[in-house]
Write a protein that binds this ligand. Structure first.
Ligand SMILES: N[C@@H](CCC(=O)N[C@@H](CS)C(=O)NCC(=O)O)C(=O)O
Length: 203
């Protein structure tokens, strides 16, 4: 398997999960500006959508869309317990979290990456994001994970909460979320994913 990623991007979530599972994979960096990959390809030839993450399976199939990649990986190794079994109520709850993270937190905050965003729009996106974060605090309390145990949703939530620093938003405003991020960050798979992303060569 090959995972195409960009540092600090949403591809960190499947990257963490590959390491949690301990499966062999090749990590290939994408320059999101030029769309060149570290293995000298035009990334759009691999994923015509032009965005990470993309997972290339050993049979040549290319899988995109973070929440789908995460569930695919977890389902390949059910013994790891990173997603409840398909068809169960718990799986529906996991999907509810994945959709919340992707639509409300990930897509909802992505405009804040644009430094040229007018202040009025920035304020609007921030206010919506803050409402979502307040909701998270309310439902998570000081729970260790989104589900009863660590799941693919935690890898994704951890990834998007790290973007707050990039937006100059201090996560300390939400101590519950700050403690959550610190806890997830201590996982060996997370540490090794972050280290690998920091040292992989720029295409
Ligand atoms: N719907 C996609 C969105 C992926 C996405 O937003 N990727 C960003 C990084 S987090 C990206 O590569 N953006 C570059 C671009 O759109 O050109 C998913 O959930 O995987």
């Amino acid at each position: 398997m090959k995972l195409y990623f960009a540092p600090m991007a949403c591809s960190l979530a499947p990257h963490i999960i590959l390491r949690e599972l301990g499966v062999p994979f090749e990590l290939i960096r994408v320059n999101n500006q030029t769309k060149r990959t570290a293995d000298r390809q035009d990334f759009r030839d691999i994923n015509p959508k032009g965005y990470v993450a993309a997972l290339v399976l050993d049979n040549g199939q290319v899988l995109s869309e973070g929440p789908v990649i995460l569930q695919y990986l977890a389902d390949q190794h059910p013994e790891a317990g990173l997603a409840p079994a398909n068809g169960t109520w718990e799986r529906v709850r996991l999907q509810e979290w994945l959709n919340f993270i992707t639509a409300e937190l990930h897509a909802g905050s992505a405009p804040l990456f644009n430094r040229a965003l007018p202040l009025e729009a920035r304020t609007w996106f921030e206010a919506r994001l803050f409402m979502r974060l307040d909701y998270l605090v309310q439902v998570m309390g000081d729970g260790a994970f989104l589900m009863p145990s660590f799941s693919v949703a935690d890898a994704y939530l951890f990834t998007v909460l790290r973007w707050l620093a990039v937006f100059d938003i201090d996560i300390a405003r939400w101590p519950v979320l700050q403690r959550y991020v610190q806890r997830i960050e201590q996982r060996p798979a997370v540490q090794s994913a972050l280290a690998a992303e920091a040292t992989t060569s720029v295409p």
